[in-house]
Design a binder for this molecule. Structure first.
Ligand SMILES: *[C@@H]1O[C@H](CO)[C@@H](O)[C@H](O)[C@H]1NC(C)=O
Ligand SMILES: *[C@@H]1O[C@H](CO)[C@@H](O)[C@H](O)[C@H]1NC(C)=O
Ligand SMILES: *[C@@H]1O[C@H](CO)[C@@H](O)[C@H](O)[C@H]1NC(C)=O
Ligand SMILES: *[C@@H]1O[C@H](CO)[C@@H](O)[C@H](O)[C@H]1NC(C)=O
Ligand SMILES: *[C@@H]1O[C@H](CO)[C@@H](O)[C@H](O)[C@H]1NC(C)=O
Ligand SMILES: *[C@@H]1O[C@H](CO)[C@@H](O)[C@H](O)[C@H]1NC(C)=O
Ligand SMILES: *[C@@H]1O[C@H](CO)[C@@H](O)[C@H](O)[C@H]1NC(C)=O
Length: 885
């Protein structure tokens, strides 16, 4: 048999022939507005804001107040046109399909001036049109016209209104995003600007074939004794009519030792009316030939290549291919009687809520992912941004990210990287902070969306759980949008959408994963209470979201109990360096400037940040460096708040079986105050540096109790115990380097546990609390653990803190690590204690740690980067900040 492969650059499907219609030498796209006054060259895949920027018609959209200044774009009607040539040979193919992987959001398509091809209304759906009878030999013209999403949403809202009326005015957003199947955050959010985009945001191409193509494959993996059963469902597509499909489907799996397991099956069946056929294949894979896939921090992520081939009897020369990676692991979300773990007291009431991976209960450490760019086409195409963010998550010991329901189903690249890095994904479906309409038009579009996206993503070992929406159960129960008078109507619509429509599709296509109706929810208990629980935040069930801007966020007693914290956070400012990429006007660099006001979408946001800062730190408005300090202190404040809350959740594994801490939010879409740990552009805030420590696999975590006692927990997220260990408690005063007192006590912890160390007996009764702080370190053979601290009083009240003399010297020795990573030793010399020493440089790279609590006269921190720079240049470039009263 002769095989012939044409590589496909735009998709993971390799099928008989693809004519790529992306912008290229052969295909040129142009855009035009409604009254034809604005036109230019377009890039496809792309979007209108990107094209207008490239054409010089609008400036940098993230600069100053350009989000509002460019809003007219979202009110116009934009059309895209391309010409391409088709040969007579191409026209002979039995099936010719025009495929759009993503159209944002509503509009219609024509070919060769007037021939209608179809319409679209959902940016998350792949549209496939049969164009065999419409295409002509020689030149063809494709035309795609997009309605204004703002107008389209309004028109629908007038017919099928669903609360809320609009986003809060401070968002500078647009109304009724819930009427469109579009990235909900593109109409504005509390952390981001509104850019109601339109465009061909994912690849567009023509598929030509005589037999069939492999559109998707799902993998259903179960462990039976020492064998894995890998059941494959292969989704073939052949024309859009009922067709007899005959041929051979084969699968080959590359396993350990360069061996390949093969399986094939004869296909001879009639497709469904839409031309699709599902063929099953099953492989038994012995434990002897595959290793387990683990989340980051718990083991490795071996992936095995699975290649599928379908050779149609009617087209032996052009088999269809698809290749995916398979990871062998089991994931289970366990909701069982909590008293079996916690006894019959208060804590044991209700159900557990934790992830068991390969039969091991694992505490999920991580964060929440928002789109990597506010323009969906850039989130898709800027792979280095996605790569850097996911690496940053991996490098600070995260094992799970929640892909939040107001964004997009991310690119194949994103999930491939998560598979590779061991980042488990909590995948929301894309409904957020809103009631949703349930008219037939909407529901049928949602059906298509859910089916396609589950089929596209299901095979990724990284996906751990599906959730129907973000916060819509709590929004209805909590009357966020004044829905009480219509509670019953909204409740029945809620059930219609997430329970009657989405749930059966997900459970049918992916029976192995749990579908949670909402996030947060009480899980099974919400289901028992007919989906809108009396208290969706019940600490005895499911997951919770918790935000408190009024309490003292450095105090562990602030935070409530939960089985699983899937959102919690606090705002901070982006660095001045990042702000300067949005404005260079000095006047903007004030908390009360018009610019600052414009960027702050959280009502009262700055006053919450300010209140948190001044509760703990000394900052006067007449300070000549007020703004600079405000920015820096906001990052300290956020880092300490999230550290405190996260450690509390990790400690609470011991007494509440809290088993997850995903803080809000990993990343940013613009240069503005937000809850993120990583700034727009990729710079780590202090929070992200701190995450590496507070998510460390082994952590000594202290807790200051009333009466000057300090409880000490030893947390161990590994499969081996900690024995023969000592915890050292050093007391320092604020006015000198080196401890003033040191003592040790023996410590131990079981595998995968958090344990209160009963014999710690640490207290501060012998000290003046204003004068001291405490450092905790672990000594155990072969175990690394970061130091941890207790600051008994607010920094603004401490006594003795001196202005330090700091010397920073970069050693001449440069170490080269794997992945071309270079390491420089940055030596720090101080003459007194320095709290929150923050190192900064314009050279691309990052420090291994930052926001250091410097307690010794000499210490070393590494600087990591990819490009060589002379140590002297690096040394010169390093600036620093620290806290001082
Ligand atoms: C452009 O067309 C030429 C001639 O038909 C073809 O050889 C080439 O592969 C095409 N390039 C792309 C990027 O499609
Ligand atoms: C054409 O559209 C542009 C952009 O929406 C608008 O600024 C302009 O006023 C319109 N011109 C006419 C003549 O309608
Ligand atoms: C199509 O082919 C014709 C004839 O070779 C050529 O003049 C024309 O530029 C081609 N069109 C495109 C869009 O490549
Ligand atoms: C597909 O079926 C429809 C109606 O069942 C028919 O009109 C059309 O011609 C068929 N198309 C092909 C390519 O067979
Ligand atoms: C496929 O099925 C059809 C009808 O069911 C039958 O006529 C044909 O012989 C079968 N072909 C093969 C190769 O088994
Ligand atoms: C896989 O193993 C099971 C149980 O050992 C057996 O029943 C089944 O037939 C095997 N399946 C395949 C495809 O070999
Ligand atoms: C909890 O209560 C049940 C029923 O009263 C009893 O059977 C069980 O032993 C108790 N469990 C614990 C851990 O006390």
């Amino acid at each position: 048999m002769k095989t012939f492969v044409l590589l496909c650059s735009v998709c993971s499907i390799v099928s008989p022939k693809i004519i790529d219609l992306s912008s290229s030498k052969n295909v040129s796209w142009s855009f035009v507005n409604n009254n034809r006054t604005i036109t230019g060259k377009a890039t496809v895949p792309g979007g209108i804001y990107s094209d207008l920027h490239s054409a010089g018609i609008i400036g940098d959209i993230l600069s100053e107040d350009n989000d509002v200044r460019t809003r007219w774009v979202a009110y116009d009607v934009w059309s895209y046109t391309a010409k391409f040539n088709i040969s007579s040979k191409d026209l002979q193919a039995k099936v010719i399909h025009l495929v759009f992987e993503g159209l944002d959001t509503s509009g219609f398509i024509t070919l060769n001036k007037h021939i209608p091809i179809g319409s679209f209304n959902n940016m998350f759906v792949r549209y496939v049109f049969d164009i065999k009878d419409k295409l002509q030999e020689g030149e063809n013209e494709l035309y795609v016209s997009f309605l204004s999403p703002v107008v389209a949403a309004l028109i629908r809202s007038n017919k099928v209104f669903a609360a809320p009326d609009c986003v809060p005015a401070v968002y500078n957003g647009e109304c009724h995003a819930n009427q469109l199947r579009k990235m909900q955050a593109s109409f504005g959010w509390d952390w981001g600007p509104a850019f109601p985009s339109v465009g061909i945001w994912r690849p567009v191409y023509i598929e030509l074939y005589n037999g069939a193509i492999i559109r998707s494959v799902t993998t259903h993996i179960t462990k039976v004794g020492s064998k894995w059963n890998l059941r494959l469902k292969v989704y073939l597509e052949s024309s859009q009519n009922r067709t007899l499909l005959a041929g051979v489907l084969s699968a080959s799996l590359q396993v350990e030792g360069k061996q390949t397991l093969r399986k094939w099956t004869q296909v001879n069946a009639t497709t469904a009316a839409d031309g699709t056929l599902v063929v099953e294949l099953s492989l038994n894979v012995s434990d002897n030939v595959v290793r387990l896939w683990w989340p980051n921090g718990y083991g490795e992520q071996p992936l095995y290549k699975l290649k599928l081939q379908f050779t149609s009897d009617s087209d032996l020369d052009n088999p269809a291919y698809k290749t995916i990676n398979v990871g062998f692991r089991t994931v289970e979300l366990v909701e069982s009687d909590a008293s079996e773990i916690l006894g019959n007291g208060t804590a044991g009431r209700g159900l557990t809520f934790y992830f068991k991976v390969n039969d091991q209960p694992l505490f999920m450490k991580g964060s929440n992912w928002i789109p990597s760019n506010i323009l969906p086409e850039l989130g898709e195409s800027q792979k280095n941004v996605v790569d850097n963010l996911l690496k940053a998550a991996r490098d600070v010991n995260m094992a799970m990210l929640r892909v939040w329901g107001g964004g997009v189903y991310e690119s194949d690249y994103f999930y491939d990287k998560c598979d590779e890095f061991g980042i488990l994904i909590w995948q929301d479906f894309l409904f957020a902070c809103s009631m949703y309409p349930t008219d037939n038009y909407f529901i049928s579009s949602v059906r298509e969306e859910i089916e396609q996206n589950v089929l596209r993503l299901q095979h990724h070992p990284s996906i751990a759980v599906w959730a129907g929406n973000n916060e819509n159960e709590v929004a209805l129960r909590g009357n966020w949008y004044d829905t009480y008078p219509l509670f019953d109507k909204y409740k029945s619509e809620y059930i219609k959408l997430y329970v009657d429509t989405i749930k059966p599709i997900v459970e049918d296509l992916d029976p192995g994963r749990r579908y949670l109706v909402s996030s947060p929810s009480n899980g099974r208990e919400s289901e028992r209470e007919n989906y809108i629980a009396t208290n969706p935040y019940d600490p005895h069930f499911g997951d919770t979201h918790y935000y408190n801007y009024f309490a003292d966020n450095w105090d562990m007693d602030t935070y409530p109990k939960t089985r699983f914290a899937s959102e919690y956070g606090f705002q901070s400012m982006p660095s001045l360096k990042t702000m300067r990429t949005a404005t260079n006007k000095d006047d903007d660099f004030h908390v009360r400037s018009k610019y600052s006001e414009h960027r702050q979408h959280s009502p009262n946001g700055y006053s919450y940040i300010e209140a948190q800062i001044t509760r703990r730190m000394k900052l006067k408005e007449d300070d000549p460096k007020y703004f600079e300090k405000f920015v820096f202190y906001s990052q300290i404040s956020q880092a300490m708040a999230i550290k405190t809350e996260t450690e509390l959740y990790r400690q609470d594994q011991a007494n509440w079986y809290t088993m997850g801490a995903l803080y809000w939010q990993l990343n940013d879409v613009w240069q503005a105050p937000s809850w993120s740990g990583i700034e727009y552009g990729g710079k780590w805030k202090m929070l992200h540096y701190f995450a590496k420590s507070f998510f460390a696999p082994v952590l000594v975590s202290p807790r200051l109790c009333s009466g000057d006692d300090i409880e000490v927990y030893l947390i161990n997220d590994r499969f081996v115990p900690i024995t023969d260990a000592w915890i050292t408690v050093d007391i320092y005063n604020w006015k000198s380097v080196g401890p003033i007192s040191t003592r040790q006590f023996p410590a131990r912890a079981k595998p995968l546990s958090s344990k209160l160390q009963e014999n710690a007996d640490v207290h501060l009764r012998d000290y003046n609390k204003e004068e001291v702080f405490v450092r905790f370190t672990l000594q155990a053979q072969g175990v690394k653990s970061p130091p941890n601290y207790i600051f008994p009083v607010a920094l603004k009240s401490v006594v003795g803190l001196q202005t330090p003399n700091i010397q920073i010297l970069v050693s001449n020795l440069v170490t080269r690590r794997n992945h071309d990573r270079l390491e420089y030793a940055v030596n720090i010399r101080v003459d007194t204690v320095v709290p929150f020493l923050w190192l900064d440089t314009d050279i691309e790279g990052r420090f291994e740690e930052n926001g250091l609590i410097v307690t010794e006269p000499q210490s070393v921190v590494k600087f990591l980067c990819n490009k060589h720079v002379s140590p002297r240049v690096l040394q010169k470039s390093i600036t620093h900040q620290y806290y001082v009263n």
